[in-house]
Write a protein that binds this ligand. Structure first.
Ligand code: PPS
Length: 287
């Protein structure tokens, strides 16, 4: 735990970007609109990729907004203190991101018709992505080697708490018609098919050409070249671009390059134990 972390309902948050007041406001007072779309993820699971896709779908494949408005303003994180104004300025239908666990989400969602898209990623790749992100993220430097990243993850001591609790919490919504579940690995394997499924869920009828445009402008290389999407415009004292790239590799299975056999076997044992009560299997487990 770093000096500026705090705990709320047993989950760790960062004082630089979170506050108890904002968390309480979001949970108890934030007004969810029926046409809202929530992009929910555990961090490093494809949040920004989904922001890009959803905004392109909203604008029928037109990339103008993607090329002119920073990605964190297009779909700000509802719980981030500094993003409160940006959330208030969103045009409808609002596309709002969140890493919040299920039991922190706005209570007014329960009686709304709003939609939630939950993206899951192979947790071993989440750990690798985090490991490299922490090197450039100045607000929360975790000193330590890769083993430390694995330990923090498995103990649930990082920001937003336990990955396992996050997934299990949100899976309570799996049979709700307002809930769409997808994995990062499915997006990678069938980008276009995933966009079509998302359009169907959102009730958007796009032409083939418009779908092609969504896919093209949300591809890894296009996003990496787009300064409105690659986070190079973030303040340097927050994201040190000399220490890495936010759009780092964008692949699945990169964990094989960093986990030792022993780390992987240990991870698998803990994973099986922690997931046994969920009784579900996930596509990304095969990657
Ligand atoms: S954050 O900080 O929690 O909001 O990060 P998040 O956006 O959830 O995850 C960052 C990882 O997503 C990858 N990414 C992509 N992969 C494939 N295609 C596209 N278009 C794409 N956009 C972002 C990004 O590269 C990070 O993964 P790694 O493994 O570090 O490359």
């Amino acid at each position: 735990m770093s000096f500026d972390d705090f705990t709320c309902k047993g989950v760790q948050f960062r004082a630089k970007v979170h506050s108890e007041d904002r968390l309480k406001f979001v949970e108890n007072e934030f007004e969810v609109y029926d046409d809202d779309v929530y992009n929910v993820t555990y961090p490093k699971s494809g949040t920004n990729w989904m922001i890009e896709i959803l905004n392109l779908i909203k604008h029928d494949g037109d990339p103008t907004i993607s090329q002119t408005v920073p990605i964190y303003e297009r779909s700000p994180c509802i719980e981030v203190t500094q993003a409160a104004d940006q959330v208030d300025k969103l045009t409808r239908p609002r596309i709002i991101s969140s890493h919040l666990p299920y039991n922190f989400f706005p209570k007014s969602f329960s009686t709304s018709k709003a939609k939630i898209i939950y993206t899951m990623r192979n947790p071993k790749d989440v750990i690798v992505s985090f490991f490299f992100f922490r090197k450039m993220y100045c607000y929360h430097k975790v000193n330590g080697d890769f083993q430390k990243s694995v330990d923090v993850f498995l103990e649930g001591n990082g920001g937003y708490g336990s990955w396992f609790n996050h997934l299990k919490g949100w899976m309570q919504m799996k049979d709700d018609s307002r809930f769409f579940f997808i994995t990062y690995e499915e997006l990678l394997k069938d980008h276009r098919g995933s966009v079509i499924r998302l359009c169907k869920f959102l009730g958007k009828n796009l032409t083939d050409a418009q779908i092609d445009s969504v896919v093209k402008h949300s591809s890894f290389n296009t996003m990496k070249d787009n300064k409105m999407s690659n986070l190079t415009e973030m303040p340097f004292d927050m994201l040190d671009q000399t220490k890495g790239s936010f759009l780092r590799k964008g692949v699945s299975g990169d964990w094989k390059n960093y986990f030792t056999v022993a780390q992987s076997e240990y991870f698998d044992r803990v994973y099986r134990e922690k997931m046994k009560d969920l009784n579900m299997s996930f596509y990304c487990e095969q990657e």
